[in-house]
Design a protein. Structure first.
Length: 162
């Protein structure tokens, strides 16, 4: 499961920029979980964006892994730059998106996710890391490459196979 911290995407003002029917279609597979957290998704009723935001910002141990992954991907691709990449990829793939004036990055991200998840995930995989952190060892210098024994290699392989 991806690490979930959708601080940008989960804001009520951002959620409101996603077409209501599209947002409900995105949330529908997780309706039972959302209902258990106090958010109903009945047809024709208003969405409680503040409650939805609170749920998204505070995942619990019952959050479905598929939901956490979907939120992570959508959050990552809900920027202006990524919206442009998604729009270009959709054009190249002849993927028909709703023609709406001045769409929001979150709306485009959800739309592409719903219409072609594999295309969406490919574009996400092309993201470059935005930062890189490293930590020097206590000795300050690089260590040599270890020369493991066949038994050590077999132990690691057995652990990874499990």
């Amino acid at each position: 499961m991806a690490t979930l911290n959708p601080r940008r995407f989960a804001q009520p003002d951002i959620l409101k920029t996603i077409a209501r029917d599209r947002l409900i279609a995105f949330l529908e597979p997780f309706a039972r979980y959302l209902m258990d957290r106090g958010l109903g998704l009945s047809i024709g009723s208003e969405i409680d964006y503040d409650r939805l935001s609170a749920i998204l910002m505070d995942p619990d141990e019952k959050t479905p892994p598929e939901f956490a992954d979907a939120l992570y991907f959508i959050h990552e691709m809900s920027t202006s730059d990524e919206m442009d990449r998604l729009l270009e990829a959709a054009r190249e793939a002849n993927l028909v998106l709703d023609d709406i004036p001045d769409p929001s990055p979150a709306d485009i991200a959800v739309q592409v996710w719903l219409k072609d998840r594999s295309l969406f995930e490919r574009k996400h995989a092309e993201l470059r890391p935005k930062s890189f952190e490293y930590f020097a060892g206590q000795d300050g210098g690089p260590r040599g490459i270890p020369d493991p024994t066949p038994q050590q290699i077999a132990g690691v392989q057995a652990h990874l196979d499990a």
